[in-house]
Design a protein around this ligand. Structure first.
Ligand code: 4AD
Ligand code: MG
Length: 464
């Protein structure tokens, strides 16, 4: 009986002595004078390859072996043996090998020499076959599953919030318009303006920047909820940390004030890292070779207590630091990444939760503090990435919410449903958003968001 197994299984002790069948893509082939070829095979199920020993005595050896080149796909049958070689537990001695798909060695873009991440971005359809991108894909999968596991274990209900929306949650005006109008020749009103009442939804509509406002409605009824999906921001900042399409997970918790919200955020982040350290050890050890502080940092984050610090205190630390920043610091500014990174990387050397930001730089929905100047916002900052989580306690007092909406010149009519939540059974509630890609950058040490998204969308780039 032949068992069909994966490369990950073939590398474990579980199948030693058994007849197996496995398939995958060839990483390398080496022909020895002793009557064998050694093929390194990978199918993406684990970081490492399994070594296949192909004896020259196989009947089709001569006809196919020269085509068993990097990138080609093969099927192998044979016996899993304990390997005498160092650094691998097992190898597979082939009794049959078939070439499934050739890969022209002269043109295959992934040569044995390492490639730069920039080059690999230009072949995003093939880069998953490299060590780095295979590892990123597996870790991305593990983190996504771990997100669900955390919330499910803690009795949160998963809610699917819409992708197309009419409201600008963050109020930053960074939305992609969704329209079926003919943009070459749109209908116009009497003033010559484009008439969006003729559009598909009979009004302006956009891709969502956040599922928060919708998920709040389910929170006020289901108590603990989360949404997890793609979000879109037409931010024209071409940085290594911003993508136009990214995934965000947003829990929302009823009967919960800001300190408890911070507890959730801290526990959640530690849970994700712990899961990756246990389940993707080999992948993380690989990334630790590029950035030798990675494992220490991750372990330290799991064990540390995050520093909690008010925005006001953070500003005074920055002012007293004597450090020259590109953007000057004074109370009231939106902190830049250089300020955030100074606090978490240099000053505290651990994750920091900043809270109570100036009301003027935060969206309308955040709860106003009694000082009238600050709101109950919180940002979680981590070394090398800066802001990884943004959240707040929500304004649940109807009069103040309406004032804030007036301040920010929002059209209250269109948010009537949101205000209803404060009319009928309002409760203190809080939530936050974790950017999946920011989390992956932190966990892998990869410095550019374009390398943790399978097909990144950034200004000027919408390939594939
Ligand atoms: O701080 P943000 O804008 O918060 C919200 O959207 C809230 N509605 C969340 C909530 O309270 N439910 O975004 C949350 C997180 C950021 O901390 C960051 O990790 C990520 O989303 N993020 C981005 N990630 C990649 N590219 C971008 N352009 C991002 N913008 C935000
Ligand atoms: Mg933010």
């Amino acid at each position: 009986m032949i068992t069909k197994i994966t490369v990950a299984e073939a590398r474990s002790a579980d199948f030693i002595g058994q007849s197996v069948q496995l398939s995958g893509w060839v990483r390398t082939r080496r022909d020895s004078k002793a009557g064998f070829s050694f093929v390194e095979l990978n199918d993406g199920t684990s970081f490492g390859n399994v070594q296949i020993i192909v004896p020259q005595s196989l009947s089709n050896y001569e006809t196919i072996i020269k085509s068993v080149t990097p990138g080609s796909s093969i099927l192998v049958e044979g016996i899993v043996k304990k390997s005498p070689a160092q650094g691998q537990l097992t190898e597979v001695e082939a009794s049959l090998i078939e070439l499934i798909g050739e890969s022209d060695a002269a043109t295959y873009p992934l040569q044995k020499k390492g490639h730069s991440l920039e080059f690999l971005r230009s072949i995003a359809h093939l880069r998953v076959r490299t060590n780095t991108f295979g590892a990123v894909a597996r870790i991305r999968n593990t983190v996504s599953y771990s997100i669900h596991r955390f919330f499910q274990q803690n009795n949160f209900i998963y809610v699917h919030t819409p992708i197309i929306t009419a409201s600008d949650c963050e109020g930053a005006g960074q939305m992609f318009r969704v329209t079926t109008l003919d943009i070459e020749n749109p209908p116009r009103d009497n003033n010559g303006k484009v008439d969006y009442s003729k559009d598909f939804f009979a009004k302006s509509s956009y891709l969502t920047v956040s599922g928060q406002l919708n998920v709040e409605t389910y929170c006020i009824g289901l108590s603990k909820v989360y949404t997890f999906g793609p979000t879109f921001r037409a931010e024209n900042s071409n940085t290594s940390r911003h993508a136009a399409e990214f995934w965000m997970v947003e829990p929302e918790i009823a009967f919960c004030e800001l300190p408890e919200n911070m507890n959730w955020a801290e526990k959640f982040l530690k849970h994700l890292i712990t899961d990756v350290l246990v389940e993707r050890r080999e992948d993380i050890e690989f990334f630790n070779k590029t950035d030798s502080t990675l494992l220490d940092t991750l372990n330290q984050v799991v064990e540390s207590n995050f520093i909690r610090l008010s925005y006001t205190d953070a500003v005074s630390i920055l002012e007293k630091s004597g450090k020259k920043f590109d953007y000057n610091v004074r109370w009231g500014i939106d902190l830049q990444s250089e300020h955030e990174r100074f606090l978490t990387e240099e000053h505290f050397k651990c994750p920091v939760i900043l809270y109570d930001y100036p009301r003027t730089i935060k969206p309308f929905y955040m709860r106003l503090n009694d000082d009238g100047k600050t709101v109950r916002a919180m940002d979680v900052l981590v070394p090398k990435v800066g802001e990884i989580i943004g959240g707040s306690e929500r304004e649940y007092r109807i009069d103040i919410l309406e004032e804030r909406m007036n301040d920010q010149k929002l059209d209250k009519e269109s948010y009537n449903w949101y205000i209803d939540l404060r009319r009928y059974g309002t409760v203190p509630h809080s939530g936050f958003g974790l950017g999946l890609e920011r989390a992956l950058m932190f966990i892998t040490g990869i410095g550019n968001i374009r390398d943790v998204l399978p097909f990144p969308r950034t200004p000027g780039n919408c390939d594939y």
